[in-house]
Write a protein that binds this ligand. Sequence first.
Ligand SMILES: *[C@@H]1O[C@H](CO)[C@@H](O)[C@H](O)[C@H]1NC(C)=O
Ligand SMILES: *[C@@H]1O[C@H](CO)[C@@H](O)[C@H](O)[C@H]1NC(C)=O
Ligand SMILES: *[C@@H]1O[C@H](CO)[C@@H](O)[C@H](O)[C@H]1NC(C)=O
Ligand SMILES: *[C@@H]1O[C@H](CO)[C@@H](O)[C@H](O)[C@H]1NC(C)=O
Ligand SMILES: *[C@@H]1O[C@H](CO)[C@@H](O)[C@H](O)[C@H]1NC(C)=O
Ligand SMILES: *[C@@H]1O[C@H](CO)[C@@H](O)[C@H](O)[C@H]1NC(C)=O
Ligand SMILES: *[C@@H]1O[C@H](CO)[C@@H](O)[C@H](O)[C@H]1NC(C)=O
Length: 338
Amino acid sequence: MISVVVLLMSSMAMACNVFNGSWLYDESYPLYDSWSCPFIHGDFDCLRFGRPDTSYLKFRWQPAGPCHLPRFDGVDLMKRLEGKKIMFVGDSLSVNQYDSLLCLLHAASPNSTFIRSQHDFLWGVVFEEYNVTVMYYMSHYLVDVVVEKIGRVLNLDTIRSGADWLIADVLIFNTWHWWPATGVHQQWDYVRDGNRTLKDMDRTAAFSKAVSTWANWVESNVNPSTTRVFFQGISPVHIGGEEWGENGSTCEGQTEPSNPSAYYAGPVPQEAIVKKLLSNMTKPVYLFDISYLSQLRKDAHPSKYNGVNSTNDCSHWCIAGLPDTWNQLLYAALIHRI
Ligand SMILES: *[C@@H]1O[C@H](CO)[C@@H](O)[C@H](O)[C@H]1NC(C)=O
Ligand SMILES: *[C@@H]1O[C@H](CO)[C@@H](O)[C@H](O)[C@H]1NC(C)=O
Ligand SMILES: *[C@@H]1O[C@H](CO)[C@@H](O)[C@H](O)[C@H]1NC(C)=O
Ligand SMILES: *[C@@H]1O[C@H](CO)[C@@H](O)[C@H](O)[C@H]1NC(C)=O
Ligand SMILES: *[C@@H]1O[C@H](CO)[C@@H](O)[C@H](O)[C@H]1NC(C)=O
Ligand SMILES: *[C@@H]1O[C@H](CO)[C@@H](O)[C@H](O)[C@H]1NC(C)=O
Ligand SMILES: *[C@@H]1O[C@H](CO)[C@@H](O)[C@H](O)[C@H]1NC(C)=O
């Protein structure tokens, strides 16, 4: 009888999907006061740039069913990571999560002195009391953009920066938002796919090949007994109000999360590509499947409160805000092995 109960409980635990659930209003949130965080990059510092509403700060992610998501404990995290390095690799959505983690750790240990460094593409902060280093490595595509005679070539098959990433004990990767970019925002002139050099190709297909290259890099370079590898998942944008039943609107002026039953956009296609890829890897890579929970947060973007009055940013996220939940999931995965 007891063994049956244990079996049932363990199968329930396996059925737990922390990435499905809903947002609950919680007065004890946010987890820190953004005014006292010295690490927020301008465009994410919504309160400083005049955002008048604050209820977007007060939502807690509640996984469905039997799942339990532990509350973020920054001191616990730093104690366990003493002497270690965490590195976020990717585009500005990685900066979003990096800034959030810095704020969370600073709030947990406000008297810990820190050393900040910032080079072109590698930034870092060391919290000296625990000797924990948090880093950001800028890489829009994860694969290389190489300057050749013909111009800038996006090489879908190579990763030259990999050696720099291996100094970290915890790696969190992300890419997608630059793949669809065209015109002045496009960071390359040609794309090389195997032995073909093309002026352009389907962007999702190119992304898919690049993340396969990245997966192969992980398979041949990462030692899973010393390095934990995560993929941040694909962060959604809120520029098309038809996704939540308000044709013509964007994230601007949104003050509440969407009700799951009133959210009409399906899964983010690139997330499905990454999911399939990771499920076929021999080395363990944990996917933060954050698309859905983030899709419900049309209220959590900077919109016009980003220090640049003429833009309406519905891609990045306010800090404090949604990326704190991404880090709560990181904490739970690292420490509690959810
Ligand atoms: C969440 O769980 C519900 C109930 O099982 C299911 O209907 C829904 O499709 C799930 N949503 C996601 C995004 O997994
Ligand atoms: C801090 O940790 C790094 C490894 O990340 C180690 O090389 C260094 O010696 C440590 N510093 C102190 C003061 O313990
Ligand atoms: C930080 O230092 C101040 C002043 O020394 C002290 O009052 C406070 O309790 C300290 N906070 C923590 C979390 O140690
Ligand atoms: C390009 O690669 C394909 C498949 O690997 C091969 O069949 C083809 O001969 C190659 N073409 C050139 C010009 O090298
Ligand atoms: C909103 O737009 C969708 C297509 O984008 C359309 O099917 C729907 O009828 C529109 N709804 C309203 C209320 O205009
Ligand atoms: C899964 O991985 C194997 C080798 O590791 C590879 O041959 C196969 O194409 C992969 N399948 C998918 C769907 O990616
Ligand atoms: C944005 O607008 C506010 C209010 O009109 C003004 O105080 C601020 O200086 C403007 N910021 C920029 C970057 O133009």
